[in-house]
Design a protein around this ligand. Structure first.
Ligand code: ZN
Ligand code: ZN
Length: 164
């Protein structure tokens, strides 16, 4: 919360109730919510707030570096209140994104892509798979055939909207 306040000050941004509440809602979550989900979380706490406002506030917080935006091909944009380097476990079934802290991954030797004229600024690794909750549900259903499972995964991928 302190760095939130100091970054707002640095960027001449007043600490409105809206901004603070939206940031707090993100801090409470560990699943990297979408803007729509953040809206659901705060709409009862901020009277008269609109989805457009939530989008605008989130984008502004990304701009000033309070939160970061997770954007990967074929996925919806998600927001992350953790600004230090960390990695993600992405569930292909429910699209939950869990944090993974791993010093070894942070220290990974990256390929030299300068020959391709590319300059790397940062990296984080996405490991895709099935989260504990989905594994549990799957275990309960038990008999679901793998063919049906595959179809479900594919349709889940199609449902996602694109990153801007
Ligand atoms: Zn899952
Ligand atoms: Zn994260």
């Amino acid at each position: 919360m302190e760095y939130f306040e100091s970054l707002c000050r640095q960027h001449g941004l007043s600490r409105t109730v809206q901004r603070r509440t939206i940031f707090e809602a993100l801090l409470d979550r560990e699943d990297h919510p979408t803007a729509d989900r953040v809206y659901d979380l705060v709409k009862h706490r901020i009277p008269g707030v609109s989805l457009t406002t939530v989008y605008r506030v989130l984008d502004r917080l990304v701009e000033i570096g309070v939160i970061s935006k997770l954007c990967h091909a074929g996925g919806t944009v998600r927001f992350d209140p953790k600004m230090h380097q960390h990695h993600h476990l992405v569930c292909v079934q429910c699209e939950r994104i869990l944090d993974l802290e791993d010093e070894k991954l942070n220290a990974l030797t990256l390929p030299d892509v300068r020959t391709q004229g590319f300059e790397i600024h940062e990296f984080h690794i996405h490991l895709r798979g099935i989260c504990p909750e989905c594994l549990r549900k799957r275990g309960r259903k038990g008999a679901m055939s793998s063919a049906r499972q595959k179809r479900r995964t594919r349709s889940a991928v199609r449902r996602r909207s694109k990153c801007p």
